[in-house]
Design a protein around this ligand. Structure first.
Ligand code: SF4
Length: 406
């Protein structure tokens, strides 16, 4: 294969993987799941097992330098350097909460930043991952929704959040074994609106040669793109969470505008159908508790009726009640704790498993997406300044962090 042919092929591959490349630029190997990396290695005239070795170096060991990949032949390392690189996103800032929660902002170019949040708990370490820069869904209680949509993230930008967080934490906590046990696509963006880039990233999360997470520990959260829910169930069934937030179409149309296109009569059957493929025998419904908007006893009772209407019993779903993180543009307020408890009791008393999400990282920002929105509002010069100021020594900051063994 000539060099020109090789570059043409690489560009064709890059197009299929939705990588934005300038001619002559290097392919970012973070974009490739194992199948694509295998095809890439074959294009370079290498055997398939080389792709597995390379994949492990990148994802299991967090290696970004070909020279350090000691079991790859020198000639292969040279070849790889000529056409590819492992290019992580730039960290704009890092905020560490007194409760151990860590929020990173990553620069994805064009003045856009995205957020990832690591949440350590006694029995797990969860990374909340963004799938889009901004979001087009416009949910009323969501700071990201108020910022509008910039663009879809690439596969490499989605998996790059896990790549960075896992290996950063391992290094600074001096852990050899896995730190992040759960991945949830609940950061900025509607994951299923970026389906083509999402699925290869999910496959990498599940791949034993990469992060090896079980399907039960990888969760996609959607506001209700029902056709894509069906497709996900067939192609890559991971745990499903659905942003419900209301028991009827009138209120849901207001809170989650996507409901006008896909009302509850479409969404609820799609949730039930997903269970045929799901790794868990329930769907999680997220319900953001908004003072005097969706938190009354009457609405809780209506919610129970909705669940009963679509299932033989109420055990096909669980509810996660989420305290609202207020932000000025929303005009909404957080439900009082006693109201949340009363609402939860009605669901629980009817047999529905109901949890109330603990608020985490309150001291490092408020609503999800708010920090990124603040940064995007500034000029790109200010972003650069923010980057320089982010130089809090990570090791010192992490000394205050406790991460449970998983
Ligand atoms: S809640 Fe999710 S889908 Fe709705 S606007 Fe926010 S990021 Fe988008």
């Amino acid at each position: 294969m000539t060099t020109d042919q090789s570059h043409d092929e690489l560009h064709a591959m890059a197009k299929r993987r939705e990588v934005r490349l300038v001619p002559g630029s290097l392919v970012n190997l973070l974009e490739f799941d194992l199948a694509s990396l295998t095809a890439f290695c074959e294009l370079l005239g290498e055997k398939r097992f080389r792709a597995v070795q390379l994949f492990r170096w990148i994802h299991q060991r967090g290696c970004a330098n070909f020279e350090d990949m000691s079991d790859l032949a020198k000639s292969l390392r040279q070849k790889l350097k000529g056409v590819s690189e492992i290019r992580p996103m730039t960290v704009v800032s890092q905020h560490i909460s007194s409760d151990g929660t860590i929020k990173w902002l990553f620069d994805v170019g064009g003045g856009n930043v995205i957020e990832s949040v690591f949440i350590p708990e006694d029995d797990r370490g969860t990374l909340c991952i963004s799938t889009q820069a901004g979001c087009a869904m416009g949910c009323r209680f969501c700071s990201t929704g108020h910022q509008g949509f910039s663009r879809n993230l690439t596969t490499g930008e989605i998996i790059g959040q896990l790549w960075f967080a896992e290996h950063f934490l391992r290094k600074h906590l001096q852990r050899d074994e896995r730190v992040i046990s759960n991945a949830v696509m609940m950061g900025m963006g509607e994951p299923l609106q970026n389906y083509a880039a999402l699925v290869p990233a999910l496959r990498m999360m599940l791949d034993d040669h990469a992060y090896g997470l079980s399907r039960r520990r990888v969760t996609v959260s959607t506001s209700g793109l029902v056709r894509k829910m069906d497709l996900l169930g067939l192609e890559c069934p991971v745990a499903l969470a659905v942003s419900l937030h209301a028991p009827n179409n009138t209120l849901r149309d207001y809170l989650v505008p996507l409901n006008i296109k896909h009302p509850l009569e479409e969404l609820m059957p799609a949730c039930v159908s997903y269970l045929a493929h799901a790794p868990r025998d329930f769907v999680t419904f997220e319900y953001c508790m908004l003072d005097a908007v969706n938190d009354t006893d009457a609405l809780a009772i209506e919610l129970v009726q909705l669940v009963k209407h679509y299932g033989h019993s109420v055990s096909w779903c669980k509810f996660n009640l989420i305290p609202f993180n207020p932000f000025p543009a929303s005009g909404l307020h957080r439900s009082k704790p006693e109201r949340v408890l009363a609402f939860a009791r009605i669901l629980s008393d009817s047999g529905i498993t109901t949890t109330i999400r603990k608020t985490r990282g309150d001291d490092i920002d408020a609503a999800c997406g708010q920090l990124a929105g603040d940064v995007v509002d500034r000029t790109r010069v200010a972003v650069r300044i923010a980057r320089q100021r982010s130089a809090e020594p990570a090791a010192a900051l992490l000394a205050a962090t406790t991460v449970a063994k998983v």
